[in-house]
Design a protein around this ligand. Structure first.
Ligand SMILES: [Zn+2]
Length: 129
């Protein structure tokens, strides 16, 4: 099962997903964006298929990203099984929170448990943070 962990180092990531890789990019000061590093991370381990980005740090001159193809596979499996589990249910909507695990901004959660209706995580963040 995919579980978003508070991963900050490559060894933490590899404990959960042994295929995890890290890229460190040197660049001109303040020339790297979070989106660019995420894009690099998505291509890091997949060989043409996307990887799940587990950690991004944008620094002044050096930026780091960690990602794993296996984490992406686990994540996709979790979304598929959540969809099957929730079929026939009507989600409860709370648009004040978004799901940090899957990025869902629809505010859809399970009517009884309050877990994300898309990925089954309990990883809500306030939209206006
Ligand atoms: Zn979610």
């Amino acid at each position: 099962m995919y579980k978003r962990l508070t991963i900050k180092t490559l060894s933490q990531a590899q404990k959960a997903w042994p295929d995890a890789l890290q890229a460190k990019c040197s660049h001109d000061p303040y020339r790297m964006t979070w989106q660019q590093m995420t894009g690099i991370g998505e291509k890091l381990t997949g060989r043409g298929t996307p990887s799940k980005v587990l950690f991004v740090k944008v620094g002044k001159g050096v930026s780091t990203v960690i990602s794993s193809r296996q984490a992406q596979i686990d994540f996709e499996r979790q979304i598929t099984s959540t969809k099957a589990k929730n079929s026939g249910l009507t989600p409860y909507i709370n648009k004040e929170y978004y799901c940090e695990t899957c990025g869902s901004r629809s505010g859809e959660c399970h009517p009884d448990t309050g877990m994300c209706f898309i990925c089954d995580a309990d990883d809500w963040r306030p939209v206006n943070e």
